[in-house]
Design a binder for this molecule. Structure first.
Ligand code: NAD
Ligand code: MG
Length: 390
């Protein structure tokens, strides 16, 4: 039996992972499940999968979790430290599906145990790419992409030589506002930004899809994961979300990965890798679809892409600033303190402020430095938002 843990088990990716594992329970020995405020869900899944341990990120919910697990023999724990301790429990395969930079410390801990880390949490590579890759190498741990674009690229690269790769083209649906006039974006509401045309995902990544901050994070993730130059990475808007990404080779050939927009494709590939097994996903009927459309992204509509290009060139801790600034700006948008278009402005202000203190960006890429930088960028965003309000 394979020992598996799921971080962020109560979220959208976590629940899809549980769906796959739950179809073949005798194949898996579930070590730890972690979640946030959805205590009932966490306890229900821990019981169903007979996990050893369930952890909530909220320290003050430990009593509730204990109550919900009473009589099951499943251990309960709470808080950020408990999350990292859960990650230190030996497992063969770990799903990293916490949202935000909070996913970094447990992910690094799992790599230190030599686990195969299935990485849905793109923030891990955006904040600390070189550190994460080095930790994996040192502990002989494997990183597998779960973001659909990166899984697509990974699959298109099977058996290929990276020397023959000319470019990587990541597709983008364009999100909720792809057909809106630019002049309407400033007044877009949280509700409008929270509905995705093709994918059913957590609220934060759905809003990030509308602003293309999600694609911006994915550009950086592509550079870090595949080790290609920023100039080799392109974004292509593809409204149907059927082609999940493409790789162009030096002979002009382009390999595209296609499938129904269902995250269980990418999760299942990482779970079964290097094999392919049956997955409960819709089969494509291209004749029925009839056509697939593609066009270049409009950078005026999506300033996040320009900021990501800057971060890829700048390197160092600029990814940590970019991500934390984005997370905090998104908090303020969700709290209705700032408008939709202000998010990119505010992140850019944080990047400029970091640039003025360049020793900060060029400090060594350690976990401590990433966490401190993350904290600082959030504080800067709060200051900018307060100034704007005042
Ligand atoms: P979600 O909001 O649905 O779930 C997030 C999970 O993380 C929940 O279990 C929540 O309890 C937990 N969590 C939130 N904040 C936490 C914290 N501070 N500490 C510990 N746990 C915390 O998110 P999601 O859509 O499943 O996305 C998870 C990750 O996967 C994100 O990094 C996202 O970018 C990435 N991803 C998601 C999709 C998708 O289809 N949903 C696709 C590609 C990549
Ligand atoms: Mg993606």
């Amino acid at each position: 039996m394979r020992k598996v843990s799921i971080f962020g088990a109560t979220g959208s990716i976590g629940q899809n992972t549980i769906d796959l594992i739950g179809r073949d329970p005798s194949a898996y020995d579930v070590v730890a499940l972690t979640g946030g405020a959805k205590i009932e869900q966490l306890a229900k899944d821990a019981r169903r999968l007979n996990a050893d341990l369930a952890v909530t990120a909220h320290e003050d919910r430990l009593g509730d979790l204990r109550d919900a697990l009473a009589g099951s023999g499943i251990e309960a724990a709470a808080g950020q430290q408990a999350l990292t301790e859960a990650a230190a429990r030996p497992a063969d395969w770990v799903m990293s599906a916490i949202v935000g930079s909070a996913g970094l410390p447990p992910g690094l801990e799992a790599l230190k145990q030599g686990a195969t880390l299935a990485l849905a949490n793109k923030e891990t590579l955006v904040c600390a790419g070189a550190l994460v890759l080095e930790t994996a190498r040192k502990h002989d741990a494997k990183l597998l992409p779960v973001d659909s674009e990166h899984s697509a690229v990974f699959q298109a690269l099977v058996g290929e030589d990276m020397q023959a790769v000319e470019r990587i083209i990541i597709t983008a649906s364009g999100g909720a506002f792809r057909d809106w006039p630019l002049s309407d974006l400033a007044s877009a509401t949280v509700e409008q930004a929270s509905s995705h045309p093709n994918w059913n995902m957590g609220q934060r990544i759905t809003i990030d899809s509308a602003s293309m901050f999600n694609k911006a994070l994915e550009l950086i993730e592509t550079k870090e994961f595949f080790g290609v130059a920023p100039s080799q990475i392109e974004v292509l808007v593809h409204p149907e979300s059927i082609v999940h990404s493409l790789v162009g080779f030096t002979d002009g050939a382009v390999m595209a990965h296609m499938g129904a927009p269902d995250m269980r494709h990418a999760i299942g590939y990482a779970l079964n890798w290097p094999d392919r097994r049956d997955l409960p996903v819709d089969r494509l009927n291209l004749a029925k679809l009839g056509q697939l459309r593609f066009h270049d992204p409009d950078e005026a509509r999506y300033p996040a892409l320009r900021l990501a290009r800057h971060v890829m060139e700048r390197g160092g801790l600029s990814g940590a600033i970019f991500n934390a600034g984005k997370e905090r700006a998104l908090d303020h948008f969700i709290d209705r303190k700032i408008g939709f278009l202000e998010m990119a402005d505010i992140v850019e202000t944080a990047l400029d402020r970091a640039e003025a203190e360049s020793s900060l960006i060029d400090a060594p890429l350690t976990l401590d430095n990433v966490l401190q930088t993350d904290h600082l960028a959030r504080k800067w965003v709060d200051e900018t938002v307060a100034q704007r309000a005042g």
